[in-house]
Design a protein around this ligand. Structure first.
Ligand SMILES: Cc1cc2nc3c(=O)[nH]c(=O)nc-3n(C[C@H](O)[C@H](O)[C@H](O)COP(=O)(O)OP(=O)(O)OC[C@H]3O[C@@H](n4cnc5c(N)ncnc54)[C@H](O)[C@@H]3O)c2cc1C
Length: 530
């Protein structure tokens, strides 16, 4: 069967759209919020509306069979899936395109593509699922490159070997989330790393961006699951030893985890796995005061109970995602285990949250994570990526940013971020704008708050308006002591703030590492190393 074509201008596959009922509900909701009757709509983009420049490069005959300059392939690989990416697609304006997209099916073919590109002075952008929301795969490479080759890794999509005894598997980097879990399922195993972009994103992309999965505590980042790594760089290949732990100097894996395609192409990894959970409990807890909910979360995460799900959702976000009517802040709580019942842990967790004024919803303590407020949140979470393509067509600016901060500074930080972004929303939009917050991950020493904002934009200046908001949010996060990203990565969009965050000497060391691995600087230029 032919591989389903990806949608080049939005989330998912070409044959998928938001349903008529979903559209109707979205229109009613957002028209109500902005106090308008309806929205003028920019129709979804069609391939024939794009005028693409001729490719500046042609692959050598030996690579022609795995390379493409087909317009659909070039557009799919031109941008990621951020709000400004969708806006540019709707404006039919994509200034930077790869000249060639290479689809290697083996590590040897990855080596040959890198060799050719290096010799041809072309930049190479490693590309997994293309779900970057930070400009990480955008073909905007600057410099004097003679062209851009985007290296799609999705042909390397196998689980090569399973070590049942150590509960680990050797997995190729281009495998997408659903195929990875489907191939592990017959063995009773799971990676259990479920970012919201699970459907399209790949293992290599997760590792290269230090992605955050669904676990609120303990195993939040993909880092924790990496046992060893193999990568191809323009200077040669490197592979680390499989070890459960090691104190032998700085870790070679740590150099590649989070390297965002700028240091090497990750081709495979040994990943730590888990048994599939069979015991679950979930509950939702209401709070009148957001900071009381945050205090309850801190007590929970410092208790050692380690809930798998521990998402505090502020009342406005609960309203927007239709978890409730916006009258309460909601804590979505979940435990799971493959080995033992988790009811005792849930019972103790509920005692803790009650101490902070939490109201436990009666019908849910028993634990079906597809019912009630928990289920409503889950459904909104899964459908949100699709809704954005409709909202963009209506000129609604809808985006998110995420960070982390220690508990001692959280309240002041949160109040400052909310106020500064609220002010920026008022500046760019005549209609009332909204910013909401939830915790996606929590640590004993602090939460990872995830902010969503929306406002009615002007169709002719969505990109400028978005940049005003993005700058306000990023300045606030860095000025107030947070990180420019907890799990979305740096990409091109976050570079100015990443440079403010990292120590200058570390920047110099990273540059030197790039010089050793990628002497001509062809790998994802402009990302991580200016
Ligand atoms: C709707 C939506 C929801 C999201 N939810 C989450 C979430 O819950 N958690 C989260 O962490 N992120 C999330 N993201 C961001 C994004 O999905 C992650 O950054 C993800 O890890 C990217 O994986 P990918 O395979 O799509 O990588 P890509 O987008 O293709 O690439 C991302 C970066 O990794 C590099 N790269 C990709 N593959 C390789 C490789 N094999 N070797 C070296 N470098 C490589 C690229 O060059 C680029 O710099 C979301 C994005 C969207 C659009």
């Amino acid at each position: 069967m032919a591989e389903r074509r990806l949608k080049f201008w939005g989330w998912g596959y070409d044959d998928e759209r938001v349903t008529v009922d979903e559209r109707k509900a979205l229109r009613a909701f957002y028209a109500g919020r902005f106090g308008v009757d309806g929205f003028s709509e920019t129709p979804e983009p069609r391939l024939e509306e794009f005028e693409l420049p001729a490719p500046r490069l042609a692959p050598p005959a030996a690579l022609a069979g795995i390379c493409s300059s087909d317009p659909h392939d070039r557009l799919v690989h031109a941008l990621g899936k951020s709000f400004p990416d969708t806006v540019r697609m709707f404006a039919r304006q994509v200034p930077n395109l790869p000249d060639v997209v290479a689809f290697p099916n083996s590590e040897e073919e990855v080596v040959r593509v890198l060799d050719w590109a290096d010799g041809a002075s072309a930049a190479v952008i490693p590309f997994g699922g293309g779900s970057s929301v930070v400009g990480g795969v955008e073909a905007a490479v600057g410099g004097d490159f003679k062209g851009v080759v985007t290296l799609s890794m999705v042909g390397l999509d196998k689980i090569v070997e399973i070590d049942r005894l150590s509960r680990a598997a050797r997995i190729q980097a281009g495998i997408r989330g659903p195929a990875l879990e489907a191939q592990l399922k017959p063995h009773g195993l799971t990676l259990r790393h479920f970012p919201q972009s699970f459907e399209l994103a790949t293992l290599g992309g997760w590792i290269a961006t230090r992605s955050g999965g669904h676990y609120a505590t303990l195993y939040t980042h993909i880092d924790d699951f990496v046992e060893s790594l193999r990568a191809i760089t323009p200077a040669g290949s490197m592979e680390s030893r499989r070890l459960p732990g090691s104190g032998a100097g700085p870790s070679p894996d740590r150099m590649l985890i989070g390297s965002e395609g700028a240091l090497g192409v990750i081709t495979e990894a040994w990943m730590r796995l888990q048994d599939r959970p069979s015991f679950r409990a979930s509950a939702s807890v209401g709070f009148k005061d957001f900071f009381a909910g945050a205090k309850a979360v801190r007590a929970l995460v410092q208790s050692g109970l380690n809930p798998g799900n521990c998402r505090l959702i502020d009342a406005t976000e609960a309203l927007v995602t239709q978890v409730n009517d916006g009258s309460q802040h909601v804590l979505v709580l979940g435990f799971e285990s493959a080995d033992h019942p988790v009811d005792d842990r849930m019972a103790r967790a509920l005692e803790i949250v009650r101490d902070f004024g939490g109201n436990v919803a009666d019908d849910e303590a028993a634990g079906d994570n597809r019912a009630g407020a928990v289920g409503a949140w889950r459904q909104a979470f899964l459908r949100m990526p699709y809704y954005r393509e409709v909202l963009t067509g209506w000129g609604i600016i809808f985006d998110t940013f995420e960070t982390a901060i220690t508990w001692d500074r959280f309240e002041e930080f949160h109040a400052g971020v909310m106020a500064r972004v609220q002010a920026a929303l008022a500046e760019v939009s005549g209609s009332p704008g909204t910013i909401t917050c939830r915790f996606t991950h929590v640590y004993a020493d602090g939460p990872a708050p995830y902010y969503s904002f929306h406002c009615l934009g002007r169709q002719d200046s969505l990109l400028d308006q978005w940049w005003t908001l993005k700058r306000a949010a990023s300045d606030a996060v860095i000025d107030l002591g947070g990180t420019i990203t907890h799990h979305h990565a740096v990409g091109r969009d976050h570079m100015p703030w990443y440079e403010r965050q990292r120590p200058p000497l570390f920047g110099a060391a990273l540059k030197a590492a790039k010089g050793a691995l990628d002497p001509n600087g062809i790998l994802n230029p402009g990302v991580l190393v200016p």
